[in-house]
Ligand binder design. Structure first.
Ligand SMILES: C[S@@+](CC[C@H](N)C(=O)[O-])C[C@H]1O[C@@H](n2cnc3c(N)ncnc32)[C@H](O)[C@@H]1O
Length: 511
């Protein structure tokens, strides 16, 4: 279980390096916090490849970047310190164990939150494992995965080696007996169908019905579901009502909340996180323990990158300052639909798939394994379908260490009205919860610096089409945006003329 004694050099990263230049300044640094310093002086660090003191969500990314076999992560994201020793030899790092008693000092540093071995997870509708990778980073462990789509299965097989992967949930007879947590982002339309049938577990209830079939055989204490925020409005709210009734009928308390990936990374992406449990833990203490106000970003076209959908431009744009709009799942036949990014230098690009993976919190090339059997362009669909990894890591961290829900956030839930952006069921009553979509705000690089792989210039054809649509639309654009795109088009046209001239010359030379 433990790293081999001796022989490891400690690497210190200090909190001020998080998110920026950490790899570049690898080596001996300083640990500023007095409590952490006292613990480090206990000597444990000599056995560990990496010490890291900093905000929780960066741990995973740093471990991957540094490619060290073991990491000790020390975090104080929730106002208290805790430490994890994590094996990092595969991307879906396994939780190993919490820092032992002898590593603590009189402040209780590290010992306060002993996660044991984390929860044992069954990942249904696993896709490329965004939820499962985030939960692994928070110390939980996948025992089985279920995913029907071959391109996604190829990624899971490479990224979660040794974890059995079932195919069709309809053929899955039972969950492993010792599972603590079922997670899954089921296809949203399916809920609609389920809502219209007599009962969600009825014959035609679709895929989500299978989740309840499996829970009826094995009353797993925790369930986490994820879905698009449209789920709240589907069938005028009837679909979600059916879902919560099914959980309540089985004795689960539940809570849900819309969370924005922008809290963690430069991607605007709202998703509903739904947590249900039969345990004594209040799911509200998991989902609603963290909330920060949305920071006001000072951006301008000449200093920051701006994301938008070049395929739109009539009714909407997906405009995102210093971020990309929600990465979409594209089509299952592999027509990629990346957003465009207008860079501060005036060029417009579409990002590289590896940056799209990073914008979802995955390591670059996470989905590359699918290329051995499927079209490379399918990687866009896989990434667009996924759960943002640090969102799952935050939730996984809170499942392991619930905080406390402030009851003054509770309000009356209108029985037949629209579902609010957050709500809960305390065992007796359903309540509306007033809370934002940002559990935390992680400091990050500006998008223009975050992008590591260059991307492709937005073609003259795509830019011209977009500009033509904006001419017809009544949308209002940020001053300077359209002129910059017109300049980009002029450069692209010039470039194309140059290339044509060049190939004409080559053709003449070859004659
Ligand atoms: C919204 S995606 C989930 C994405 C995933 N949470 C991730 O982070 O990558 C839903 C997934 O359900 C899968 N799916 C659809 N029907 C299924 C079935 N009958 N059995 C198992 N998986 C299925 C789809 O192939 C798709 O990958």
């Amino acid at each position: 279980m433990w790293p081999r004694r001796g022989g490891y050099q400690a690497v210190f990263l200090d909190a001020s390096l998080t998110g920026r230049g950490a790899t570049a300044r690898r080596g001996k640094g300083s640990v500023k916090d007095a409590a952490a310093r006292r613990t480090l002086s206990g000597g444990l660090h000599q056995r560990i490849a990496l010490w890291y003191l900093g905000p929780y969500s960066h741990n995973w990314a740093l471990r991957v970047q540094l490619r060290r076999p073991w990491a000790l992560t020390i975090s104080k994201a929730y106002g208290v310190f805790y430490g994890n020793i994590i094996r990092t030899d595969d991307a879906a790092s396994r939780w190993v164990r919490a820092v032992p008693e002898q590593a603590t000092d009189s402040t209780g540093f590290c010992a306060r939150h002993d996660l044991g071995d984390g929860m044992k997870v069954a990942g249904l509708f696993a896709g490329i494992g965004g939820l499962e990778a985030g939960f692994a980073a928070a110390g939980h462990r996948s025992l089985m995965l279920c995913e029907i789509w071959e391109p996604a299965r190829a990624v899971l097989a490479a990224r979660f080696p040794g974890v059995p992967i079932e195919a069709d949930i309809a053929q899955l007879h039972a969950l492993p007996g010792d599972v603590d947590l079922v997670v899954g982002g089921f296809p949203c339309q399916d809920l609609s169908q389920a809502g219209r049938t007599a009962g969600i577990t009825g014959k035609r209830s679709g895929l989500v019905g299978h989740v309840f079939r499996l829970l009826d055989q094995n009353r797993v204490p925790w369930v986490v579901l994820e879905n698009v925020s449209f789920m709240l409005h589907l069938d005028q709210g009837r679909a979600l009502r059916t879902l919560v009734e099914e959980f309540e009928a089985r004795g689960y308390r539940w809570a849900y909340r819309v969370v924005n990936s922008l809290a963690f990374l430069p991607q605007r992406r709202e998703r509903v996180l739904f947590v249900a449990t039969t345990t004594d833990v209040d799911p509200a203490d998991v989902l609603f323990a963290d909330d920060v106000p949305v920071p006001i970003l000072q951006t301008s076209l000449s200093t920051h990158a701006h994301g938008f959908y070049w395929t739109e431009g009539v009714r909407g744009l997906g405009w995102a300052p210093d971020a990309v709009p929600t990465l979409k799942n594209g089509s299952t036949v592999g027509i990629a639909s990346p957003p465009a990014i207008l860079l501060p230098d005036g060029s417009a690009i579409t990002p590289d798939i590896r940056d799209a993976e990073r914008l979802q919190g995955f390591e670059a090339d996470w989905t590359k394994p699918t290329e051995t059997s499927s079209r490379p362009s399918l990687r866009w669909s896989l990434v667009g379908n996924a759960v943002t990894v640090p969102v799952a890591e935050w939730l996984g961290g809170r499942l392991a260490r619930p905080g406390s829900h402030q009851r003054d956030r509770d309000g009356v839930l209108d029985a037949d009205g629209r579902w609010p952006r957050a709500a809960r069921f305390d065992g007796d009553h359903r309540l509306k919860v007033t809370i934002g979509g940002y559990p935390v705000w992680r400091e990050r690089q500006p998008l223009a610096e975050f992008l590591s792989f260059g991307g492709k210039l937005l073609s003259a054809r795509a830019t011209r089409g977009f500009l033509a649509r904006t001419d017809r639309s009544t949308l209002r654009f940020v001053p300077g945006f359209l002129p910059r795109l017109r300049d980009h088009l002029a450069v692209m046209d010039e470039h194309q003329r140059g290339t044509r001239y060049h190939s004409d010359l080559q053709a003449i030379a070859a004659e």
